[in-house]
Write a protein that binds this ligand. Structure first.
Ligand code: PLP
Length: 445
């Protein structure tokens, strides 16, 4: 068990800075790739910003409680999921909790909130580890489906966690931020447990409006933390736009539109994973969401040519082909080819093709994952580096539109070179720390 108690002194960057070249295709976001349903966007844009919202949000809480079928006092609006995580961690500390169990890999804000308050963080690789950590009353975070893996808990895991919860007097918070984006199967959380745990609902990702800071907590039927959490909220914790988003969210036409988009997202996921597989991206299996973990292609190991892979997508490779002596097509080792290219440049830097004159540039693909991500970023493509999740050399990818997928492929072609060799890695290379969900939960699609 690893305990981490170092307070965090920096604002978390969530996997990468927003500084740098403009992003035209963002594969790092978990927001719905189709953007907001028009009804939700209209509601947000029509929000009355000239007045404070009702400080008790009575009408909104009633609306959400009717929709969830729970008492209105169990609905606690928050200024986004991130704010809810901070507030509930503070309430835990004030109630005397000292240990916070977080999923590993998992969303970094759970640990950041605990560390900021000097609490002990216990990263848990799976439900067993969580159960073992609950030998004292803990605050326990479960993210289902999980960010970043997209995996979901099995019924047996829920049962084990519930036993440990009752035995230890721990508080469990189930972060359901990605439940509305679950593309396969259904949650296995026992209905009886949904009334005994805290639930965090963050609709802004599924609604493609992450800039609107709005979410809510559903309190357990009975819990003496509830009043404390209400008291800890800033006045008007939810903006007028946030209130409008949450009202629009709990409407059947918006829910229907979201559900209707799932089939399209499933198709796009399949296409994107297939396309990236041909560039050597290995998918970590088990995701039920439109995002997943993928290992980056092997880099810099070999520059031998793959004669099968010659897609001719970019101008750079076309130029190389037009040159009479093409370094990437000469025989010899990668080093010899590189030397040939350098020699060609030194001899005059340009090569006459008969039509026009082009410089011949040796292709030097990035040798490290960081260099690959930086190069893609230069092309306007952002991938989510998974190093902060404990997976160096991996990224979390979200599904994006076919047009964005093609832009990513074009950028890969330019960055890795048209002759990038894809080497198959054995399934045994996959990280063993994440057991697959049981077969019953894996949708054949
Ligand atoms: C699992 C999970 N929970 C909560 C949040 C916080 O979301 P927000 O503060 O935008 O509601 C995020 C954001 O990425 C997340 O991934």
């Amino acid at each position: 068990m690893t305990d981490t108690t170092q307070p965090q002194t920096q604002i978390p960057e969530h996997g990468g800075t927003d500084a740098g070249p403009a992003v035209t295709c963002d594969f790092s976001t978990n927001a719905h790739p189709l953007g907001p349903p028009p009804a939700v966007l209209d509601a947000v844009l029509a929000a009355d910003r000239q007045r404070y919202p009702d400080p008790s949000y009575s009408a909104l809480r009633q609306h959400l409680s009717d929709w969830h079928g729970v008492a209105a006092e169990r609905v606690l609006p928050t200024a986004g999921g991130a704010e809810a995580i901070r507030r509930i961690t503070l309430a835990a500390m004030l109630a005397g909790v000292r240990r916070v169990c977080v999923p590993q890999p998992g969303f970094g804000d759970y640990a950041a909130a605990a560390q900021a308050l000097g609490l002990t963080v216990v990263p848990c690789l799976d439900a067993d580890a969580m159960v073992r950590a609950m030998d004292v009353p803990c605050l326990v975070w479960i993210c289902d489906p999980n960010n970043p893996t997209g995996r979901t808990l099995a019924a047996s895991e829920w049962a084990a966690i519930d036993n440990a919860r009752q035995r230890s007097g721990s508080r469990v918070v189930v972060d359901q931020a990605y439940e509305p984006l679950r593309l396969h199967g259904a949650s296995s959380i026992p209905p009886s447990l949904t009334d005994q745990v805290w639930r965090l609902i963050c609709p802004n990702k599924a609604l493609g409006l992450t800039g609107v800071r709005a979410a809510y907590l559903l309190a357990p039927v009975q819990d003496d933390w509830r009043d404390r959490l209400v008291a800890l909220a800033a006045s008007w914790v939810l903006s007028a736009e946030g209130e409008a988003l949450l009202r629009a969210w709990a409407q059947s036409e918006v829910q229907d539109e979201l559900a209707d988009s799932h089939a399209l997202l499933r198709d796009w996921v399949q296409e994107q994973q297939g396309r990236l597989a041909s560039w050597g991206f290995d998918v970590m299996p088990g995701s039920v969401t439109p995002f997943w973990m993928a290992r980056l292609p092997e880099l810099g190991a070999d520059s031998e040519l793959d004669p099968e892979l010659d897609l001719d997508l970019d101008l750079g490779s076309t130029r190389r082909k037009m040159a009479p002596i093409e370094p990437t097509r000469t025989s010899g080792t990668g080093q010899q080819k590189l030397e040939a290219a350098h020699a060609l440049q030194a001899a005059g830097s340009t090569v006459a093709t008969g039509i026009t004159v082009f410089p011949v540039m040796p292709h030097t693909p990035p040798a490290t994952p960081a260099a690959l991500l930086a190069a893609l970023r230069h092309h306007g493509i952002k991938l989510r580096d998974a190093t902060s999740f404990g997976f160096p050399g991996w990224v979390r990818l979200s599904v994006q539109t076919p047009a964005s997928q093609m832009a990513l492929l074009t950028a890969l072609h330019q960055v890795l070179g048209p002759h990038h060799v894809v080497r198959r890695r054995s399934p045994a290379d996959m990280p063993s720390l994440l057991p697959l969900p049981p077969a019953s939960q894996q949708d054949p699609q």
